[in-house]
Design a protein around this ligand. Structure first.
Ligand SMILES: [Zn+2]
Length: 53
């Protein structure tokens, strides 16, 4: 049985970066897509995955 890397994968996958102030925020991808997550600083809903740099 191979070790499951999903845990670490999720840690990165659940992190998003605000497009305005570039602050990192960790949230459920579904909530991001649904627009339920707002940036704490600038309160915008525009986020992009941390991977895409
Ligand atoms: Zn922001």
């Amino acid at each position: 049985m191979a070790k499951i890397p999903e845990a670490q994968h999720r840690l990165f996958k659940n992190v998003f970066v605000c497009k305005r102030c570039h602050s990192k925020i960790r949230a459920d991808p579904r909530k991001i897509l649904e627009g339920k997550i707002k940036c704490r600083k600038c309160k915008t809903k525009a986020f992009r995955p941390l991977r895409k740099k």
